[in-house]
Design a protein around this ligand. Structure first.
Ligand SMILES: *[C@@H]1O[C@H](CO)[C@@H](O)[C@H](O)[C@H]1NC(C)=O
Ligand SMILES: *[C@@H]1O[C@H](CO)[C@@H](O)[C@H](O)[C@H]1NC(C)=O
Ligand SMILES: *[C@@H]1O[C@H](CO)[C@@H](O)[C@H](O)[C@H]1NC(C)=O
Ligand SMILES: *[C@@H]1O[C@H](CO)[C@@H](O)[C@H](O)[C@H]1NC(C)=O
Ligand SMILES: *[C@@H]1O[C@H](CO)[C@@H](O)[C@H](O)[C@H]1NC(C)=O
Ligand SMILES: *[C@@H]1O[C@H](CO)[C@@H](O)[C@H](O)[C@H]1NC(C)=O
Ligand SMILES: *[C@@H]1O[C@H](CO)[C@@H](O)[C@H](O)[C@H]1NC(C)=O
Length: 457
């Protein structure tokens, strides 16, 4: 095995981030659906792939980055890319990643995982959600305080940035970027981050990878957030040092029901009961009801036990009484709650919409922050005497290591507004002030009863 790998490396003259062969790469398969109002839903076969940074990066005999990069193995970017290989992943055993049909299960285990949705050509699925809705089911019952089971979009290259210097590509989970402009990525665009074409003398890992990010779901069983993070960049943008600051809105304009004054909306036994599986619907509404329009609001519904639950209304004085993310909501939040102005500085919802119109890659992850706690999601983030600083019920006393934590995402579907979820028998499907789906689950039909009420019968 070792000699085969060694000779294949020697035979490879191209300067490129290599593919290792100790563990065969077998992507866990998963299905997802695309839906239209009149055509119903079509099922697609895809798979997930583990992010490159979680993989073993090695030469024939040695790990390239045992504790930071080994300067003997990686004296310069070309040598490093030539000698280091990204290996296949033991998904279930090492990373706790398993799939079954349309479901993805992430078990935290040794440190969680981050995976991306691939299509049947080993490229990332490129989602276009403007004037569309994106829906999934999630089981958060086993995600405790300070853990985050996340599902989000990043404007990553759909081929993972495959190039002359990156042979691995999307199949090996390369090309990650997000609105935090992370600097810890081993290979950025096929160049090892420590000595790079972008910054030849940089051996401290400050090469960053920035892009627009739309967090559909950052949640545990106690708290949840929906957050657009616009950036001033298009696609993946590689930055160095101080050039990485202020390219993106790293805080984002989040909607967190608990923070917005509805402490009994989301949680165990609450209106949205986190002890049970729920369906999460996110709609990307545009100003002209077309994909070409400007993003004007991001709406959220939950469906649980066959009942559609509209998102909670903002319940903080000085803020508009809305239950979706709009420009007015984000601006008022900055003014009243003293939130960062970065959202508007980076173009706000309109900019987020431009990114979503170009397309986005779907990311799933399970991670923890036991040191700091995840107070930005589930606890006290700020001065307790100020409004809107409590984002969830978690305190330091609730934070504990829990390797058995897990999250399951399933039934991923995307399509026309109102096409991915429907009402069950006897559910409401129309009427003035009603905002839920107008469709009924087969074989029921939406029957008009009066101006305020239509029902699935
Ligand atoms: C770095 O690589 C060199 C050459 O293969 C090796 O001798 C050395 O032990 C490695 N250092 C670490 C910290 O692994
Ligand atoms: C996979 O899902 C099917 C149908 O939901 C279920 O019957 C089966 O037990 C599951 N398999 C595993 C290994 O969880
Ligand atoms: C949700 O997850 C929990 C914890 O993993 C599990 O015990 C439970 O069976 C799951 N619920 C459903 C409906 O699959
Ligand atoms: C990645 O590198 C290629 C050259 O190999 C270059 O053409 C491309 O613009 C780079 N991408 C980014 C995002 O910098
Ligand atoms: C981002 O773009 C906005 C205009 O869209 C501009 O006002 C702002 O200065 C830019 N920020 C950076 C860091 O370039
Ligand atoms: C709205 O806030 C008030 C005052 O804090 C509180 O009494 C009320 O229960 C909240 N409403 C909801 C739906 O949470
Ligand atoms: C979706 O359904 C809601 C409630 O029935 C309705 O108000 C809205 O116009 C529908 N949108 C589309 C695009 O069908």
């Amino acid at each position: 095995m070792l000699s085969i790998l060694a000779s294949s490396l020697l035979a490879s003259l191209a300067v490129a981030q290599q593919i290792g062969t100790f563990t065969p790469e077998v992507h866990p398969p998963i299905t997802y659906q695309t839906c239209t109002t009149f055509g119903g839903c079509a099922t697609h076969k895809g798979s997930v792939t583990l992010d490159a940074n979680y993989r073993w990066l090695h030469t024939a005999r040695q790990t390239c980055n045992p504790a930071g990069f080994n300067k003997t193995l990686c004296p310069d970017a070309d040598t490093c890319a030539e000698t280091c290989a990204l290996d296949g992943a033991d998904y279930a055993g090492t990373y706790g990643v398993t799939t079954n049909g349309s479901a993805l299960h992430l078990l935290f285990g040794n440190g969680g995982a981050r995976v991306y949705l691939l299509d049947d050509t080993d490229n990332y699925v490129n989602f276009h959600v403007m004037n569309q809705e994106f829906t999934f089911d999630v089981n958060v019952s086993n995600v405790p305080c300070a853990y985050n089971g996340a599902l989000y979009f990043s404007e990553m290259p759909s081929d993972g940035g495959i190039s002359a210097t990156n042979k691995a590509g999307a199949a090996y989970g390369t090309g990650y970027c997000d609105a935090q402009c992370p600097t810890g990525i081993n290979f950025v665009n096929g160049t090892v981050r420590v000595i790079s074409a972008y910054s030849p003398t940089n051996f401290d890992g400050t090469l960053g990878s920035c892009c627009n990010e739309m967090d559909l779901w950052e949640a545990n069983s106690l708290s949840t957030q929906l957050t657009p993070h616009p950036c001033n960049v298009t696609g993946e943008f590689i930055c160095t040092g101080t050039g990485c600051s202020d390219l993106c809105d790293s805080a984002g304009c989040e909607f967190n029901p608990f923070r917005m004054g509805n402490e009994a909306f989301y949680g165990p036994g609450d209106v949205v009961d986190t002890t049970k599986v729920m369906t999460v619907v996110t709609q990307f509404i545009t100003d002209n009801n077309r994909a070409s329009g400007t993003l004007s609001s991001i709406r959220r519904f939950y469906v649980q036990d066959g009942k559609v639950i509209p998102n909670s209304m903002v319940n903080l004085s000085g803020l508009p009484k809305v239950n979706s993310i709009t420009s007015d909501y984000c601006t008022a939040k900055m003014n009243v709650l003293d939130d960062s102005t970065a959202f508007n500085v980076h173009g706000g919802l309109a900019h987020m919409g431009h990114s979503l119109a170009r397309g986005a890659v779907l990311v799933f992850s399970l991670w923890d922050d036991l040191g700091g706690g995840m107070t930005w999601l589930d606890g006290l983030a700020g001065d307790a005497s100020q409004p809107g600083t409590l984002r969830g019920p978690c305190t330091a006393a609730n934070v504990a290591s829990n390797p058995a934590s897990s999250v399951t995402f399933s039934n991923i579907r995307v399509g026309d507004i109102n096409s991915t979820f429907s009402q069950v028998h006897f559910g409401q499907c129309g009427g003035e002030f009603y905002e839920g789906p107008a469709l009924c689950t087969d074989p029921f039909q939406c029957v008009y009863s009066n101006p305020y009420y239509s029902q699935c019968l």
